[in-house]
Design a protein around this ligand. Sequence first.
Ligand code: NAP
Length: 348
Amino acid sequence: MLNNEKIPVGVLGATGSVGQKFIELLSNHPWFEVTEVAASERSSGKKYKDAVNWILSTPLPKDVAELIVKECEPNLKSKIIFSGLDSSVAGPIEEAFAKEGYVVVSNSKNHRMDKDVPLLVPEINADHLELIKAQKYNGGCIVTNPNCSTIGLVLALKPLEDNFGLEAVNVVTMQALSGAGYPGVASLDTIDNVIPFISGEEPKLETEPLKILGKLSKGQIINNDIKISAQCNRVSVVDGHLECVQVKLKKKASIEEIKEAWKNFSAEPQKLNLPTAPLKPVHYFEEEKYPQPRIHRNLDKGMAASVGRLREDNLFDYKFVVLSHNTNRGAAGGALLCAELMKAKGLI
Ligand code: NAP
């Protein structure tokens, strides 16, 4: 039964790793309710419970379990669409929906760098939503969420950029297996191993923060000019990307001033008390062994960046570690927060 006070939403790629996280986070959501699910022709026509290999520890929501999986055609009744589609197909499908007047909030890389598409992190660049006015879709629009390792990085960088300015960033990631989708990387490749390559990941980490931390001017984004170097590794962790970061600042800052900047960081989602917003976007840990994926990935609804080990660096100014949940903050939770911000701003 649809609760009439909630906005019906559809999930594309609902059977995948991110799609399942959408279903989990949207069950009992105060504003949105999943009324349609869609995936590939392998799944369409089946009941969701028969099409999906449910890998989350929470039970599959009963109402969604009985939904018939639809094809990813722009004939869904729900006008708000969350997309967790494989990037090999997401581009044209999302565009087709937007052209038919749907609001598409996507996790896929395909439209992230389009000039008129916001690459949105609600705590950082809520003003970039302005871009959707320039989109040439028929009342519809596409809003995207960054790559799952970009998100933790930019949440930690934003207070540094605002308070001291950033000149250069070096980042080395240790990324969880769920970031590769399901079934993802073969177990024989990952057990007792680290894979020092994730296809296409390093360029995303080196470019997406420049757009996110860019300035909106006359309806366009002027990219930030921070120099970023990234190396990405797949490690044998289920959820949660850990990143070792070195930063060179434009203005001198003490360790205490940096910690203070992280501690004081709060933005529109917190002010608006959006349902999926973390109480604090950045949590700093003084314990020298923290943050750790298994212990901290679900902190603050799995929506916060956990930061620790801030210390001086011989090559850059400072180094630290940041952790964020890749399918939650880095995918479905992040996209949900974007949609909540859009609703709060009257764009949905
Ligand atoms: P996944 O587990 O492989 O799921 C892919 C989904 O796409 C499945 O629902 C699949 O449906 C559907 N699909 C595949 N081919 C299709 C087709 N031809 N037509 C319609 N649907 C099709 O992948 P994922 O990890 O959830 O990632 C989904 C997207 O989010 C990707 O673009 C990924 O880069 C991005 N992302 C992932 C993460 C993460 O941490 N996993 C984080 C950020 C962003 P079937 O089950 O029917 O095949």
